[in-house]
Structures are given as structure tokens and as C-alpha cells.
Design a protein. Structure first.
Length: 536
């Protein structure tokens, strides 16, 4: 038995919440479809009747009542317009409200997933999930009213056709139902595989662009721009092939649908032949309008395959929430490779490159599975706790400083969303970045560009340090915080850190090989071999 789909459960809940809008949208769609069917049928009757009256001479023209049909056409036109407006208004409102809840929920689920799953998700794949897959799911809401419109149009057409020939009405409705059922099943089989392939190729193309675009200068310097371009073009061609395959299959469905429609119209025309000419015109045009009304049902069937594939991918990208576990105590003791650290202790982790210093820190943070016996918090082995269980205790400044595309303030408030502005400036002062920020247009509100592109590597690292200093956590975790800084700036950072630690009483876990920084720590853990083995 397959596991329940969290995305489908979310959509069911959103459907329940938006049921009023969806109901109004369905009723409006039915009203619009019935109005469109009746207006086309009445138009055919009116034109044919007027032509017949014209051929009958002056007396027939004078006897022909054109006022009532004209008024009927105007009234039906108003009904059709109001119905279409209401259907689009309420169906899209329900869809947009659902999507507004889905994207944050999806991002939160991806962020909370086990590290081996969330960190393995590439930027292109994450973008495809949050954009293409969510947009595909949108059709499940927008197309919900298609069934109402289709069957309302078919019902109105059946009633009108029966005026010309009851047999024609029965044959038409049976044929239309058969066409919809067959084409819906066929649409799912034909369009689902290329829709899934298209979404996959979009993710791969975004991955390639995300990998090569930031390294444009290096690629040019090393003469690798052409091979990189060729790799991107290969992904683009694969995406084009997937799109063309989908379009080809949709064209095949269009041809089959057109052939079925012609057969139905011919059947109605033949079976209603004994009726008067105006009634035959009414029947054929009403049948045509009903076929148009059910086209939305078939389009929904084509979109259903892509939506099902998108839901499957979204389900695979998130994890079911784990059972709640009590948070670690604020005054927690840490044990790191046999070193017991009381609150406020300072430990420096040193060793040659590749010996596992950063990996050890990432285990503590829950960014990778903890090795058995390597880490414990207040006596609790970390491998027995959920990923990220110890994060509330830690304020982290990573070696690879990641800066969000946004302002200085937005980046700082990741560490403390509610911190007063004075605290932001204090953290920048301690990170020796306040002068640089004051020189930017806008100060704290200065736009940093894509990934903080207006800052140097050392400035980005100091901004990440300031962000960590803002976080109200009992342990400060710094991974090479002064790498790339000149000696004078490094000395100022170290002095400010020493004063801040003395003032706050925070503990310190420091990964570094720089002598100036190592003087901050009372205990040194030297790693000489490989990192503790990760669990399989």
C-alpha cells in the first residue's frame, strides 16, 4: 500500500477551505456554458427563421417576430458574460489563495527534511518545484469548474436539440459522453510522460545555468566558455525535444477531438433533417456550443497528467514531519570527541585541511547525520535525536558565507528577526563592517545584489559573522571567520569577539588555524585524521 500523499492531503484541506469560492465558480461556469449554448442555438434559429420569412414574401416578413429573439439574445449574452467573469474571478481567487499557502508550506517542508534529502536537492530542482510544479498544481483549482461548464452546456444542448429530434438529442448526449470519457483517458496516457520529462529538463537546465553563470569570468580566462555553452545548449535542446513531444501528442489529441466533433455534428444534422430548417440550425449550432463547453473538461484531463506528475515530485521532495521531541536545555553541556564542555566554555578545533573539522560542525548542526559517539548534548547522544535538534543552542557563521539577495538588514535579521536597529549596528561594529555599511547608499537598507555581489569575500564573511553574533544562542560556532582578512582587520575582529564573549558569557566553538583566533579558546582539539565515519 502506497504512503499517503502529503501534497494531496494539503490540497484536500485547501479545497475544503475554498469550497465556497469553488462552488460559486462552478455555478458561474455552468451559467456561462448554458448561456453560450442557448445563445448560439437561438442565433441559428433566428437567422434561419429570418431567412425563411424573407423568402416567404412581405406578409411572412411582417408576421415574423424578431423582437423577442433579439431580446433573448441580448439577455443570454449578459448571462454568459457575467458567468464567465464570475467563474474566472472565484476560481482564480481560490487557486491563488491555495498557492499562497502551498509555496511557504513546501519550502518549510524541504527545509525541515533530513539533511541527506534537502541538501541533495539542487537549486534548479528546488526552483522547478517551487515554480513549475506548483503552477501545475494550480490547474487542479482553476479547472475544477470545467466539469460544471461541460455538463451544463451538454444539458442545455440536449434540451434544445430535442426540440428538433429527441433521437438526435439522445445520440448526441451519448456520443458526447463517450468522447469525453475516451479522450480523458487517452489524454492522461499521452501527455503525462512528456509533461514529466519537460519538468525534469527544466530543472536540469536551471542547474546548468546556475553552475556556469557565476563562473563566467573563470570560464573565459581558462578558455572553457565554449564547452560550458555547449553543455547548456545540450540541456536546452533536451528541453525543446520534451516540449515538442508534448506538443505533438497534444496535436494528435486535437485531431481526434476534431474528428469526433465532426461526427457528432453530422449525426445531429442527419437525425434532425425532418424538422424545419430553423430547428435544424438551432440543433446543430447548440451541439457545436456544447462541444466547445466540454473542451474545458478535455483540457483539464491534459493538465491532470502534468499535475499528477508534479504532485509525485513534490511528495518525493518533502518528508513527513517527525514526532515532536523535547528541545535541549538552554544551559546545555556539549561533548565533542570526548571533550566535555560546560556552558560558556571555549573550544578551538584545528587540524590540516580535509581532516573533518567542518564536517564535525555540520554534524552538530544537523546538516549531516551525526557519527555514533562523536557528539552529545547534555548527555544525549546526538545520533539518537532528530536532525537539527541542537540548532536552537547554536549561532553559526559558516566558512562559505551565504548572503541572500536583499538588503544588509534582511541578511542580518536572519539571525534575530526582532532585533532593534541598535543591535544590528552593534553586531556590525564587532564584525568590523559598520564603516563599510555606513558608506553604502541606504546603510542598513542598502541592496547587496545577487548573493551579496557588491561585497568582497571577506566582507561577506564578516556579514555572516555579524548575523551569527545577533542570534541569541548559548554557543557561538565560527568556522574560519577571519579567513581572507588583513592582519589589522583580523586583530580588530578578535579583540571585539573577546569583549563580546566576556560580556555575553556565550560558549565558543571555533574552527580555525590562525594563531590570533586560537588565543580566544581555552581548550584545543586537534584533529589529525579523517572525520568520524558517518552512519550508512
Amino acid at each position: 500500500m502506497s504512503a499517503p500523499s502529503p501534497i494531496r492531503a494539503f490540497l484536500r484541506e485547501q479545497t475544503r477551505r475554498r469550497c465556497a469560492d469553488l462552488l460559486v465558480a462552478g455555478l458561474a461556469a455552468a451559467l456561462a456554458a448554458a448561456g453560450a449554448t442557448l445563445i448560439l442555438g437561438l442565433s441559428g434559429w433566428f437567422l434561419a427563421g429570418a431567412a425563411t420569412a424573407g423568402l416567404g414574401g412581405a406578409l411572412a416578413v411582417q408576421a415574423f417576430n424578431y423582437l423577442l429573439p433579439s431580446a433573448g439574445l441580448r439577455g443570454l449574452a449578459i448571462v454568459r458574460t457575467a458567468g464567465r467573469y464570475g467563474e474566472r474571478l472565484f476560481s482564480h481567487r481560490a487557486a491563488f489563495q491555495a498557492l499562497a499557502a502551498l509555496r511557504p508550506a513546501l519550502f518549510a517542508a524541504i527545509a525541515a527534511a533530513p539533511p541527506q534529502r534537502s541538501l541533495a536537492l539542487s537549486g534548479g530542482e528546488a526552483s522547478a518545484h517551487l515554480v513549475q510544479d506548483v503552477d501545475a498544481v494550480e490547474t487542479l483549482f482553476v479547472r475544477r469548474s470545467a466539469g460544471w461548464a461541460g455538463w451544463a452546456g451538454a444539458g442545455a444542448a440536449g434540451a434544445v436539440i430535442a426540440m428538433a429530434s429527441p433521437l438526435a438529442a439522445v445520440v448526441f448526449l451519448a456520443g458526447l459522453a463517450t468522447e469525453v470519457l475516451v479522450l480523458r483517458r487517452l489524454a492522461g496516457r499521452l501527455t503525462t510522460p512528456p509533461s514529466a520529462a519537460q519538468a525534469q529538463q527544466v530543472g536540469r537546465l536551471k542547474d546548468a545555468l546556475g553552475a556556469y553563470a557565476p563562473a563566467t569570468a573563470e570560464l573565459r580566462c581558462f578558455g572553457l566558455a565554449d564547452p560550458a555553452l555547449a553543455a547548456v545548449m545540450a540541456h536546452d535542446q533536451a528541453l525543446s525535444d520534451a516540449v515538442l513531444t508534448r506538443r505533438d501528442r497534444e496535436t494528435l489529441l486535437d485531431v481526434i477531438e476534431a474528428a469526433a466533433a465532426i461526427a457528432l455534428l453530422a449525426a445531429v444534422a442527419i437525425l434532425s433533417a425532418p424538422a424545419a430548417t430553423p430547428l435544424r440550425a438551432l440543433a446543430v449550432l447548440a451541439a457545436f456550443a456544447a462541444i466547445e463547453a466540454t473542451a474545458g473538461v478535455l483540457r483539464a484531463a491534459r493538465d491532470q497528467g502534468g499535475a499528477d506528475a508534479a504532485i509525485a515530485r513534490l511528495d518525493a521532495a518533502i518528508a513527513a514531519p517527525s514526532a515532536p521531541v523535547a528541545a535541549p536545555p538552554a544551559e546545555a553541556r556539549l561533548r565533542i570527541l570526548g571533550h566535555d564542555l560546560p556552558p560558556g566554555a571555549r573550544l578551538a578545533i584545528t587540524g590540516p585541511s580535509g581532516c573533518g573539522k567542518t564536517s564535525l560542525v555540520e554534524m552538530l548542526l544537523g546538516l549531516r547525520p551525526a557519527a555514533p559517539g562523536a557528539l552529545a548534548v547534555s548527555g544525549a547522544p546526538l545520533e539518537s535525536r532528530p536532525p537539527g535538534w541542537a540548532r536552537p543552542l547554536l549561532a553559526w557563521a559558516p566558512q562559505d558565507a551565504r548572503i541572500l539577495t536583499g538588503t544588509v538588514e534582511e541578511n542580518l535579521r536572519l539571525g534575530a528577526p526582532d532585533a532593534p536597529e541598535a543591535a544590528l549596528w552593534s553586531a556590525l561594529e564587532d564584525a568590523q563592517l559598520a564603516k563599510r555599511v555606513r558608506g553604502l547608499a541606504g546603510g542598513l537598507r542598502a541592496w547587496l545584489g545577487d548573493g551579496g555581489e557588491i561585497l568582497s569575500g571577506g566582507e561577506r564573511r564578516r556579514l555572516a559573522l555579524a548575523r551569527a553574533l545577533l542570534r541569541p544562542a548559548p554557543w557561538l560556532v565560527l568556522d574560519e571567520p577571519t579567513e581572507g582578512l588583513d592582519p589589522a582587520t583580523e586583530a580588530a575582529v578578535v579583540e571585539a569577539l573577546a569583549a563580546r564573549l566576556a560580556r555575553t558569557g556565550q560558549g565558543l566553538l571555533l574552527v580555525s588555524h590562525r594563531p590570533a583566533l586560537l588565543r580566544l579558546a581555552a581548550v584545543t582539539l586537534e584533529m589529525t585524521g579523517q572525520a568520524p565515519p558517518e552512519p550508512q
